[in-house]
Design a protein around this ligand. Structure first.
Ligand SMILES: [Zn+2]
Ligand SMILES: [Zn+2]
Length: 395
């Protein structure tokens, strides 16, 4: 037997499916979601929902005011709206019409779900108090979009108390959600080392300082940071992912550049890595008579789920979907999500997973050219988020 909210969500399934497929067919890359932005704007306006003008080229902020007397709680829900540079190979009738661009991470499903939540909540204004902010965020995949929305002031005026987002997860079945309290996804920072020596002829290495040899030792030394500099109980990933240098087989180059990424679940550990890297790489390249420059860019912080909000999300799912539809995820992940930029400002928030694996079907992979978001998951996401808001904006 389905709950009142799930029944309502199921009653708009045709609308949801149609919207999701339309968005799937018209994907746009991060920070260039112009048509998607216009589409969301049009849909919200057609529902009679206020769209707040913001200083951002793409992305939308919708606002719904509750009409029930009660506390002025401000709850925000976030959906990401961008697609990926992937050539779609699903062969679906609603496959991408924008060649080389594809919704392969389910963001069109997230956008659709938030529009569905908007539709339901807008028809139930008398059932909740306070304010609901609907944040349609651009450029999640580029890790630039959340920052742009925060800078545009979407968390202010009125200030957001609680923020929640969901993301498709092909490892769990449609009809379920997955949760993890505490640190769940990693920060994402980037480092660029320039190692320089003094180039020369390959036949006379003793007359030059070889940055290439120094860089190869430095790359190995970077890989010792996790095993010798970080508590084994901390979750950290450090990977050198590019190395470039040299122009010919017989010339020792002037400089070699290598870049990589640092992923952490804890900000204290995260803030300690740059110093360690500089000391180790600096020492190693100095041994070869070489110098270095380090450009260390702090990207986005870790996603840290507030345990209380995870509990509220789980309760909402129990009410909306029935018991036993909430799965405790088996582990946190080292991937990143710029929803963390919102959580940094509003720590009372949570990011949870929405099952999109069809029963008995093989598991699909996100960021894959065959990925498709299961339409059956749409009303499930709508029901959980709507129930969450109805509960939150009562007390
Ligand atoms: Zn993605
Ligand atoms: Zn994604």
């Amino acid at each position: 037997m389905s709950s009142e909210i799930l029944t309502k969500a199921l009653s708009i399934k045709d609308y949801l499916t149609q919207v999701r497929r339309h968005l799937h067919q018209h994907p746009e890359l991060g920070m260039k979601e112009y048509e998607t932005t216009a589409f969301i704007h049009k849909e919200l306006t057609a529902m009679g929902i206020e769209v707040v003008p913001i200083k951002a080229d793409t992305g939308v902020l919708g606002i719904i005011q509750g009409e029930k007397p009660g506390p002025a709680t401000v709850t925000a829900l976030r959906a990401d709206i961008d697609a990926l540079p992937i050539l779609e190979k699903t062969g679906l009738p609603y496959a991408s019409k924008n060649e080389g661009v594809m919704h392969a991470c389910g963001h069109e499903g997230h956008t659709t779900i938030l529009l569905g939540v908007a539709k339901l909540l807008n028809s139930m204004r008398d059932k909740f108090s306070g304010t609901i902010k609907l944040i349609f965020q651009p450029g999640e995949e580029t890790l630039l979009g959340a920052k742009s929305m925060v800078a545009a002031g979407v968390l202010e005026n009125p200030p957001v108390d609680t923020i929640v987002a969901l993301h498709a997860w092909p490892q769990i079945e449609v009809g379920t959600i997955g949760v993890w309290p505490g640190p769940y996804m990693a920060s994402a920072d980037k480092f660029t080392f320039k190692v320089f020596g003094g180039g020369g002829h390959g036949a006379y290495p003793h007359r030059s300082r070889d940055p290439l040899l120094a860089a190869t030792y430095a790359v190995q030394a970077v890989n010792t940071i996790i095993s010798r500099e970080v508590d084994a109980a901390d979750k950290v990933a450090i990977s050198v992912c590019t190395i470039h240098g040299g122009t010919a087989f017989n010339i020792i180059p002037e400089e070699v550049v290598f870049t990589g990424t640092v992923r952490c679940h804890d900000n204290t550990v995260r803030n300690s890595i740059k110093e360690k890297m500089e000391r180790i790489v600096g020492g190693v390249v100095a041994a070869f008579g070489c110098g270095y420059e380090l450009d260390y860019e702090y990207g986005i912080p870790p996603v840290v789920n507030h345990p209380e909000v995870i509990k509220l999300v789980s309760q909402a799912a129990d009410q909306a979907l029935g018991e036993n539809h909430v799965i405790q995820l088996d582990r946190p992940v080292m991937g990143s999500e710029d929803f963390s930029c919102f959580l940094e400002k509003v720590p009372y928030g949570a990011f949870f997973r929405l099952g999109v694996k069809a029963k008995g079907a093989e598991e699909m992979r996100v960021h894959n050219d065959h990925f498709d978001f299961d339409d059956d998951a749409l009303p499930v996401g709508v029901a959980v988020l709507t129930q969450f808001v109805l509960n939150k904006n009562q007390s």
